[in-house]
Design a protein around this ligand. Sequence first.
Ligand SMILES: Cc1cc2nc3c(=O)[nH]c(=O)nc-3n(C[C@H](O)[C@H](O)[C@H](O)COP(=O)(O)O)c2cc1C
Length: 311
Amino acid sequence: MSITKPDLSVTLGPLKLQNPLMTSSGTFGYGQEYSELFDLNSLGGIVVKGLSVNPKTGNPPPRIVETACGMLNAIGLANMGLKAFVEKIVPWLAELTTRVVVNIYGHTIDDYRAVAEGLKGIDAVSALEVNISCPNVECGGMVFGTDPKVAAQVTEQVLKIADKPVIVKLSPNVTDIRVMARAVEGAGAHVISLINAPTGMAVDIKTRRPKLANVSGGLTGPAIRPIALHMVHQVVRTVKIPVIGIGGIMNYQDALEFFIVGARAVQVGTANFINPRTALNIVEDLERYCIENGIAAITDIIGTLDLPPWK
Ligand SMILES: Cc1cc2nc3c(=O)[nH]c(=O)nc-3n(C[C@H](O)[C@H](O)[C@H](O)COP(=O)(O)O)c2cc1C
């Protein structure tokens, strides 16, 4: 039987997406500029930029450097803060039919709690993504992202307050990602997303200065895809909760790699800076791929990795 309309919908615990393509936090703003280029409602979801309780100006420039196969950034999680977000952005987001996920972060557990509290009861927000990584900010960020006990505590506290599914976003800057995944699953996280940016740096050989004013930053783009894929593979084999794959996804073939290892959805980040329609293109290409290969549902591909020894 030929397939005319494959089912691209996926379920991530309590969160349902019409297709498995999301845009990643910090690379898609609040979606407003992008909405002029295409219909955001064609995506599975958008993850808006990291939100903190108070407004934040971020790090001094230069904050972005291009690297081979990627970029380094040290934006420092600049954002307008909870109050302005709720007043100015939420009414706009409420018009969207796609899932809107708000990425939240804090310097202390109380900060995380305060953001979760402020987003309570807002129907326009479908889920929270808790960023426990913040690689470029002078704060307890890395402690949240690298100490399993602290990661579990943040997760627990956010879950106590939140009235929506909670996704915990893991940092790759750890010795064993599985320890972190187990910790946040044990604390009750509904979903895990990974990876955030591995830390890197670049030096200008003329001035002998670091290219980023912050000295180091987060490396993103195709350069990190093999690291991300490996970590997603490790995590899906460790936890029972659903996993969202992130890292260097540029096209549908890249996305398929993540689905095959077991990610139930993916997020597109750096690729948005090259082609803002990347996530949409991937949705369309996946649909075509499924039709051409007689695949009725995208879930038929998820977790189908064929590991050695092969017969
Ligand atoms: C400019 C920039 C800003 C980012 N800001 C955030 C952020 O606010 N919160 C967060 O959790 N991740 C942030 N990230 C990380 C991305 O969401 C994503 O995890 C990372 O870029 C890896 O995916 P990619 O290789 O597809 O870009 C940012 C990345 C970039 C490039």
